[in-house]
Structure formats: C-alpha cells, structure tokens
Design a protein. Structure first.
Length: 348
C-alpha cells in the first residue's frame, strides 16, 4: 500500500530514508568522531532540562526500567505507583516485574488524571511514583501544574523518587506556563524519547543528578544498552531537536484547529475538547473493527493514513484514535481532517 500522506506524527523522516541519510551526511563532517553525537545529545538534553547529567539509551523501555531499578536499589523498596494506563504497565509486557522483580500499584481511575488522594490511598512504601506527561492514553491530558507540584512533593516526603515519563515532555511543555527546567525540577529522573515528537528513528535519554545517572550507567551495561555505535541515532535525534523543538507551540495550535473542526458538526468529538498539547483523541460512533476497516480502505483509495490503530471502548459501538500533531499533520487542513473523519462510515 503506497502511503503518500499521514496524520501520524511518527511518519515524517521515516517516509524517506534517503532524505534522512542526505541530511545526516550534511551534519556529520569528516572530522566528527563516533562518540561526539552521543556526547552532544546527552549534554544538550541535560541542559534543556536543567539536570546535572543525561545518559543515552537505545530504547525508552530500557531507560524507564533502569530508572525504576535504580530508585528501588537506592530506597531499598520494590514497589512503584502510577496511573493505571502508564506506558510501563500497558505497553511493555510488565518488564518491571519480569526483569527487575518490581511491583506496580495502579493509582486512581484509568480514564481520569491521577490525583493526590489516589496516591495517598497506596499503602505500601514506594520506591518511586511515575508521572507521564502528557497522559497519552487519556487523550494527552495534563495535570494542573500546582497538582503536579503537590504530588511530587508528596512522593519525596514519603521517601519515594519522582520519575517523569517525559516521552512527550517537549509537547507537554506547551500546556504549561513553565519552562522545561521548571517542569523537570519537580522530578528526580526524567526520561525523554528521541523519536516521537522529535521524529528520530529510535532511542531515549534519561536525565538526573550525577549519582543517579552514574548508577543508571551500570544498569544500562547490564541490560545490553551500552552500544558503541549509537552515533547515527543520536545525530538524527539532534536534527529533530534543531527542527522540531522550536515548532512545538505551532503543533499545539494546529492540534486545536483540527479539534475545533472535528467537533463542529457533532459526528465525532475530541478528548480533550480543547487539546492541552499537540496530542488528543478522536472518539467515533463506530465499532473498532469498522473504523479500522474504513481506515484501511481510505489508505488504499487515497494513500492517506488517518491513524495508526483504533482503540476499543466499553461501548462496542464506539472507538477512538490518537492524533499526534507534528510536521506531517501540518500538511492537512482542519476542514480536510474533519471531512475525512466524517466520511469514515461510508468507507466501511
């Protein structure tokens, strides 16, 4: 199937490997040593977040499990808490348990933001509390900054580390009247993805103080993540930081314009109604099976990939899909997206 356009944020550079290689060749001069892009990336992420040190990982899964393992060893505790739909629990085959012997406490309602009362209801002493910014699986929602301050303060007061799943922290910052260092200062460790909003190929960075990141480096080697040939991943991520980071506010403005158009005629609706970040969900009056079939037919007929997959709903007659606005999504006007969404039932 020839996909010519995609609303997916993850499709920009990946549509043309040749273009990525051309740009990479322009960035990497003949005198650049293999370790330099990785060092530059780590220093840049640490600087952007206001942290002492940062460490490259080949995957976000490894970075987050490492962070939790380090916090567990430093506190002598083996449990952590977070939102019921935290990425660590839903998308990573419970690696925290299988690999590290850690226990997860889902706190609060799976369809609502985590609250301080939800955390207080967890009775077991915790090694860490995980905060995902934004909360992807409930539509890219963000807690109010003052709530985040109260929750991270509670974690530390109770002997737990505060860890930020900041895979999309670049997008999350657009929803706060706070700088990246001010947000990151609330957390002992922050993980950032190199391929979502930055549209790199793969990889992650974990940031924190020197002692914690030094400890994390030991676990990175134990888990096989201390690869010596990481420079292409780092260099491509640096290109994304140069090109995409300055445009995050633009991406959020476009997300809000898309949501207004989708909500206008009443066929579908978005969550949140007004996106807080460049990420939001579109809820459809269709079954998941029908929506996915319609999307496949749309792609076959027009070359347009509207979404990656449809999400189920407790009501089997309804479903939803995620929109993550990046450079690719800017190719779509709000009216065009609303028309594509409204036309899905006719494509089943």
């Amino acid at each position: 199937m020839d996909i010519r356009r995609s609303l997916s944020n993850h499709s920009g550079p990946r549509r043309s490997p040749h273009e990525v290689l051309r740009r990479l060749a322009e960035r990497i001069g003949p005198d650049v040593r293999p370790e330099e892009p990785v060092r530059e990336l780590e220093e840049r992420v640490a600087g952007l977040l206001g942290k002492q040190k940062a460490l490259f990982f080949p995957s976000g899964t490894m970075a987050q499990q490492t962070a939790l393992r380090v916090h567990a060893e430093r506190t002598g505790r083996h449990a952590f808490a977070g939102h019921p739909q935290t990425h660590l629990h839903v998308w990573e085959n419970q690696g925290y348990s299988a690999v590290h012997g850690l226990r997860f406490h889902p706190a609060g309602d799976r369809n609502e933001l985590l609250t301080l009362d939800d955390l207080k209801a967890v009775r077991e002493p915790l090694a860490a509390v995980v905060f995902e910014l934004p909360q992807r699986d409930i539509g890219g929602q963000l807690p109010a900054f003052e709530d985040l301050v109260a929750q991270t303060r509670w974690a530390r007061a109770n002997g737990a580390a505060a860890h930020c799943d900041g895979a999309r922290i670049w997008e999350a910052q657009t929803g706060y009247d706070a700088t990246l260092p001010e947000i990151a200062a609330l957390f002992d460790t922050v993980y950032v993805s190199l391929y979502k909003g930055l549209e790199g190929t793969r990889g992650a960075v974990l940031a924190g103080d020197e002692a914690v990141i030094g400890h994390a480096a030991v676990w990175r080697r134990r888990l096989g993540g201390a690869i010596v040939d990481a420079w292409p991943l780092a260099a491509i991520a640096l290109m994304g930081m140069d090109e995409n980071l300055p445009r995050m506010a633009e991406f959020r403005r476009h997300a809000r314009a898309l949501a207004r158009a989708i909500n206008a005629d009443g066929f579908a609706h978005t969550v949140p109604e007004v996106p807080q970040t460049p990420v939001f969900h579109v809820h459809l009056p269709m079954s998941r099976h029908d929506a996915q079939q319609a999307a496949r037919n749309l792609a076959a007929d027009t070359g347009i990939k509207l979404f990656l997959y449809a999400r189920s709903n407790p009501d089997p007659r309804r479903c939803s899909f995620e929109v993550s606005v990046g450079i690719s999504a800017l190719e779509f006007t709000p009216d065009e997206v609303a028309e594509l969404v409204r036309g899905l039932p006719s494509r089943v």
